[in-house]
Design a protein around this ligand. Structure first.
Ligand code: 5GP
Length: 116
């Protein structure tokens, strides 16, 4: 693993400011700088897994709990009843721009499908 911190590690470690939504020992969540919906939150494991496809069997529980943390945030944001969307972009065609695994939580308006 590289010694250089990822952008999102720097954000989770408060070296770069962000609007915190949730924090614990293993996860950090913050509002996206360029929101694509009224609520747009990024939920990250503190562990810098670059892409979802880099996760291993050892990450199974971490990935599972990522969704449970996100569910709690969705509930706290009042999104559970009307619904919302989780997105994980992967690689170039997925338009992933930050190579630290993150789950987008988008909600607060009807979301069209399929995405662009
Ligand atoms: P990706 O395309 O990699 O799935 O999504 C990266 C997301 O991170 C984008 O939605 C982008 O707006 C957001 N982002 C990039 N840099 C920053 C930053 O410095 N702060 C915050 N809060 N969001 C960022």
């Amino acid at each position: 693993m590289s010694e250089e911190k990822t952008l999102f590690q720097k954000i989770a470690d408060k070296e770069i400011p962000s609007e915190e939504v949730y924090s614990d020992e293993d996860y950090y969540a913050f509002r996206d700088l360029n929101p694509g919906a009224p609520t747009h939150i990024l939920v990250i494991p503190r562990k810098p897994i670059p892409k979802i496809t880099d996760a291993t069997e050892a990450d199974a529980a971490l990935l599972g709990r990522l969704f449970l943390v996100a569910n709690k945030i969705a509930e706290a944001e009042g999104l559970t009843e009307k619904g919302f969307r989780y997105v994980i972009n992967c690689g170039d065609d997925g338009e992933q721009t930050v190579y630290h695994l993150h789950l987008h939580l988008l909600g607060g308006r009807p979301l069209s499908w399929p995405p662009g």
